[in-house]
Design a protein around this ligand. Structure first.
Ligand SMILES: NC(=O)c1ccc[n+]([C@@H]2O[C@H](COP(=O)([O-])OP(=O)(O)OC[C@H]3O[C@@H](n4cnc5c(N)ncnc54)[C@H](O)[C@@H]3O)[C@@H](O)[C@H]2O)c1
Length: 253
């Protein structure tokens, strides 16, 4: 199908549902080939079907992005399939449960797991895929969060660290004309986000936005498509909040 991303390859991690699936569908509508990666094969198969319905094509890969050997093996497969990669979206992340409950009493093993998935996985994957990103003069999008700006939980801290990496990566990868940006969503309606937040907290957080409507997965996917398109090609080295103005009023979880 002809579109802005016809002939281009876009890799989305954490694409078994939620925001990752929304990116996949949005790029598919523009004719892209998608490389979809997640822990959950069932969800990936559903995403592939939706991509094909939207006019794109996809391959699916089960990978644990918190495990270095898995990341390297996955990257080797991607490089064997694609010598050129236009967009890498590091979207996979842990965001529910203990990672959202402050940051005391977690112990070293949990901290290491949280940082492995949310912060270091994106960096190692980008490093391993650098030859293909360089060939395309591609774009890396790291998935941050509004929680990274007032980090009161382990989650916010892992995402704040990822923001720092976004700047460092823009600098390092820039030598190959690869851009690196972050997208920091506010409160977006996904099954996972909605399920992890009590109704009253959800309404309170939404009430802090100056844009009063519910943020959607498509709001985030549209921003990703813009940043990856020719129209967004002068944006680099930034993490962009897309939160309906939540931070303006002092977001607190
Ligand atoms: N929805 C929101 O309101 C919101 C707000 C800010 C940031 N985010 C971030 O956006 C991303 C997607 O969020 P979502 O709401 O779509 O949630 P989601 O749970 O639907 O998506 C996260 C995906 O990452 C995958 N994943 C988790 N650990 C993995 C691992 N080790 N290896 C491979 N895959 C793994 C999960 O299986 C899941 O499919 C996350 O990074 C999240 O922190 C979401």
């Amino acid at each position: 199908m002809a579109g802005k991303f016809s002939g281009k390859t876009v890799l989305v991690t954490g694409s078994a549902g939620g925001l990752g699936r929304a990116y996949a569908e949005a790029f598919a509508r523009e004719g892209a080939h998608l490389v979809l990666a997640d822990l959950k094969l069932d969800g990936l198969d559903e995403s592939k079907a939706l991509v094909e319905r939207a006019g794109g094509s996809a391959s699916v890969h089960r990978v644990d992005l918190g495990v270095e050997e898995d990341i390297l093996a996955f990257a080797a497969v991607v490089l064997a399939l694609h010598d050129s990669l236009d967009v890498l979206i590091n979207n996979a992340g842990m965001h529910a449960g203990e990672i959202q409950r402050g940051f005391f009493g977690l112990g070293m093993a949990k901290w290491q797991q949280f940082f492995a998935v949310n912060t270091l996985g994106p960096v190692l994957l980008a490093e391993a895929l650098r030859p293909a990103l360089a060939k395309a003069k591609g774009l890396i999008i790291n998935k941050s969060s509004m929680a990274s700006y007032t980090p009161a939980t382990a989650y916010g801290i892992t995402k704040a660290a990822l923001n720092v990496f976004t700047n460092a990566m823009a600098m390092q990868f820039g030598a190959d004309e690869i851009r690196c940006v972050g997208i920091a969503p506010g409160l977006m309606q996904t099954e996972a986000a909605r399920g992890g937040v009590a109704d009253d907290t959800w309404e309170r957080l939404k009430g802090m936005q100056s844009v009063r409507r519910q943020g959607t997965a498509e709001d985030i996917a549209n921003l990703g498509v813009f940043l990856a398109s020719d129209e967004g090609s002068f944006v680099n080295n930034q993490t962009i909040l897309c939160d309906g103005g939540n931070q303006m009023r002092g977001f607190r979880f």
